[in-house]
Design a binder for this molecule. Structure first.
Ligand SMILES: Cc1cc2nc3c(=O)[nH]c(=O)nc-3n(C[C@H](O)[C@H](O)[C@H](O)COP(=O)(O)OP(=O)(O)OC[C@H]3O[C@@H](n4cnc5c(N)ncnc54)[C@H](O)[C@@H]3O)c2cc1C
Length: 506
C-alpha cells in the first residue's frame, strides 16, 4: 500500500479497548513506514468492556508480527498457557458429561484418523471408545498438567493459545504502540461529521476540537459510534440462534498449579468460564436475560465459586449485543472489535476475529485502495467468518442434553440453525461422511474436521440406531491402546507445570 503522491494519510482509531490497541499496533507496524500517520483517540470517561481473557492460537501470530517475546508480554499481562477448552456438564449422557476440545499437535494427524474411524464404527453400532478425551495429545497434556511448550519440537509439537488479564494487555499494547510511533489522544468524541460524499470527514471532541483523518477505525465497542450510529450500517442480530445476551464476571483466588485450559461449565441458564491467570482466576457467567435476572445470575455464580472469591472482588455486569454489522468496512470507516459484532465468548474467538479483520483490511486495502470491489471482498469474507464461527458455537447449545431448565430445552428445540449447520447435523445423525460434507461446504478453515468430530462425539450425539446392537471391535480397542501409549510417550516432551509463576520460563 502506498499513499497517493507521497502525501501522509491519516488513520484515526476511535476507542482504546483491546481491539483499538491491537489495531494501532498492527497498523503502525505495517503502515507507518509507508507514509501513514496513526492516531488513537480514547475516552477516559467511557470504560472498556474489561473482559476478554481467553484466546485462540491465532493470537500468537499477532505477537510474532510485532516481534514481541512471550517472556516479555506474558509476565506483564499475568498470562498463562491454554491448550484447549473443557466443556463440562453440557451433556447428561453417561460417559459424555465432559470433554476437552484440544488445539492441534503434530501427532494429531495419525490420532485423528483413528478417532474418525472409531466414530464411524460407533455410528455402525460397535461398542468402541468414541470419546475424544482419549485420542489427542493436548488432552493428555492437560490431564498431566503439562504446559504445551515442546522441549523437542522435532519429535513433538503443539499449537497453543493464552489466557491474559485484558486491562493489563491493553496497557501493554498502549505502551508498545507508542514505541512504534502511534499518537495517543485522550478525549471523548461528541459528534461524528460526514462530508458530502458520505465519508466521515472528522470527529468533534470535548477538549481537542476537530480531529480529521482519511480513514476512521471504529473501535468504540458495543456503542458502534461510527459504523452504526453515524453511518447507519444495519446490524444483523443473532438472537434467534444464540440466546445469551448478558454476563457477570467475578475474580477468584489464583490456583496454585493451574491446568493449561479454559473450563466452560454449563449453568442453569448459560455457562461459566474458568480462566487461570497468574494473579487471579477469571470467572464469568454468560446467560440469557430472558431466562434469568442479573441478581440471580450473580448469586448462582457466587455459589459456584464458593470461598475462592477474593474478598474485595466486586461483580461486573455486562450486556452483550450479539450479532454482526452487515458491512464491516463502509465508506472510509472500518469497524474492528465489538463495534463490528460479537458472537459470544464460548470459544474465545472475538480477538481472533479482531486480528483477522485488521490483517485482511490491510491486505485488501493494499490490493485495491478504496475500490468498492475490494471492500466487497473484505465484507463478504468477514461476514463468512462470523457466520461459520457462530454455527459451531450454536452446535454446543443444540446438542445439549440437559433437562433442568426451560433455557436448555429452548436451546435444543427452538434455536434457529443455518442451512449449513442443518446439513452437517443431518449427515452426522444419519451416519454419513462428515468430512465430505465439510469439504463440500468449504468450511474447514473456520473449524477443522477434528473440532466437529470432537464436539459431536464429546457430548455423545450419535445416530439414533447406533446404540442398538453394540458389539466389540478388537482392532479399534488395540488402536486405542497404541494411541494411549503413544500419547504418554509424547507427553514426556512437555514440561510439567510446577507452579503458576514459573510457567513462562521454559
Ligand atoms: C462477557 C464477555 C466475555 C468475553 N470473553 C472473550 C474471550 O474470552 N476471548 C476473546 O477473544 N474475546 C472475549 N470477549 C470479547 C472481548 O472482550 C472484546 O472483543 C475485546 O475486549 C475488544 O473490545 P473493544 O476494544 O472492541 O471494545 P471496548 O473494550 O468496549 O473498548 C471501547 C473503547 O471505545 C472508547 N469509546 C467509546 N465511545 C467513545 C467516544 N465517544 N469517544 C472516545 N472513545 C470512545 C472507550 O473509551 C473504549 O476505550 C468477551 C466479551 C464479553 C462481553
Amino acid at each position: 500500500m502506498q499513499t497517493n503522491n507521497g502525501e501522509t494519510k491519516k488513520i484515526l482509531i476511535v476507542g482504546g479497548g483491546t481491539a483499538g490497541w491491537m489495531a494501532a499496533n498492527l497498523f503502525a507496524k505495517k503502515l507507518i513506514n509507508k507514509g501513514f500517520e496513526i492516531s488513537l483517540l480514547e475516552s477516559s470517561d467511557i470504560p472498556t468492556v474489561g473482559v476478554g481473557e481467553g484466546s485462540t492460537p491465532y493470537i500468537k501470530r499477532f505477537f510474532d508480527a510485532l516481534d514481541i517475546e512471550e517472556s516479555e508480554w506474558m509476565s506483564a499481562c499475568c498470562a498463562t498457557y491454554k491448550g484447549g477448552i473443557t466443556f463440562a456438564d453440557w451433556s447428561t449422557i453417561p460417559g459424555h458429561t465432559s470433554y476437552f476440545h484440544p488445539f492441534l499437535s503434530s501427532v494429531d494427524g495419525e490420532c485423528f484418523n483413528v478417532f474418525r474411524q472409531v466414530t464411524t464404527l460407533r455410528h455402525h453400532g460397535y461398542e468402541v471408545n468414541a470419546h475424544p478425551n482419549d485420542y489427542f495429545l493436548q488432552t493428555e497434556l492437560v490431564k498431566q498438567k503439562r504446559l504445551p511448550l515442546s522441549l523437542d519440537k522435532q519429535k513433538s509439537d503443539t499449537i497453543y493459545a493464552y489466557h491474559f488479564d485484558a486491562s493489563k494487555l491493553g496497557e501493554y499494547l498502549k505502551k508498545h504502540a507508542a514505541s512504534l510511533g502511534v499518537k495517543h489522544i485522550v478525549d471523548s468524541v461528541t459528534q461524528v461529521k460526514l462530508a458530502p460524499s458520505g465519508d466521515i470527514s472528522h470527529v468533534e471532541t470535548k477538549k481537542n476540537g476537530l480531529v480529521e483523518a482519511d480513514i476512521f477505525v471504529d473501535c468504540t465497542g458495543f456503542s458502534a459510534l461510527l459504523i452504526q450510529k453515524t453511518l447507519g450500517v444495519p446490524f444483523t442480530i443473532f438472537k434467534d440462534n444464540l440466546y445469551n445476551d448478558a454476563a457477570v464476571a467475578i475474580p477468584s483466588a489464583p490456583k496454585s498449579q493451574y491446568s493449561p485450559q479454559t473450563v466452560a461449565t454449563a449453568m442453569s441458564n448459560g455457562w461459566r468460564w474458568d480462566i487461570p491467570l497468574t494473579t487471579r482466576n477469571g470467572n464469568g457467567y454468560v446467560y440469557s436475560s430472558d431466562f434469568q435476572s442479573a441478581d440471580d445470575a450473580e448469586a448462582e455464580l457466587r455459589r459456584s465459586l464458593g470461598d475462592s472469591i477474593l474478598t474485595d472482588a466486586s461483580a461486573r455486569h455486562i450486556k452483550m449485543r450479539v450479532g454482526r454489522t452487515t458491512k464491516h468496512w463502509h465508506k472510509n470507516c472500518v469497524a474492528i472489535g465489538l463495534s463490528q459484532g460479537f458472537i459470544e465468548p464460548l470459544e474465545a474467538t472475538a480477538l481472533h476475529i479482531v486480528q483477522l479483520s485488521i490483517e485482511q483490511f490491510i491486505e485488501q486495502y493494499e490490493k485495491g485502495d478504496y475500490s468498492p470491489k475490494y471492500q466487497g471482498f473484505y465484507n463478504d469474507g468477514v461476514n463468512l467468518v462470523f457466520e461459520h464461527i457462530r454455527d459451531y458455537i450454536v452446535l454446543h447449545y443444540l446438542t445439549n442434553s440437559r433437562q433442568n431448565s426451560n433455557y436448555w430445552l429452548a436451546c435444543r428445540n427452538d434455536i434457529k440453525i443455518s442451512d449449513s449447520l442443518q446439513a452437517i447435523m443431518e449427515v452426522w445423525c444419519q451416519g454419513g461422511d462428515l468430512d465430505a460434507e465439510l469439504k463440500r461446504q468449504q468450511i474447514t478453515q473456520y473449524y477443522s474436521s477434528m473440532s466437529w468430530h470432537v464436539l459431536l462425539s464429546g457430548v455423545g450425539v450419535f445416530p439414533s440406531g447406533a446404540a442398538k446392537q453394540l458389539q466389540k471391535h478388537a482392532a479399534a480397542d488395540d488402536a486405542l491402546k497404541q494411541i494411549r501409549q503413544q500419547l504418554k510417550e509424547h507427553a514426556r516432551f512437555f514440561p510439567i507445570n510446577e507452579g503458576i509463576f514459573n510457567q513462562a520460563v521454559v
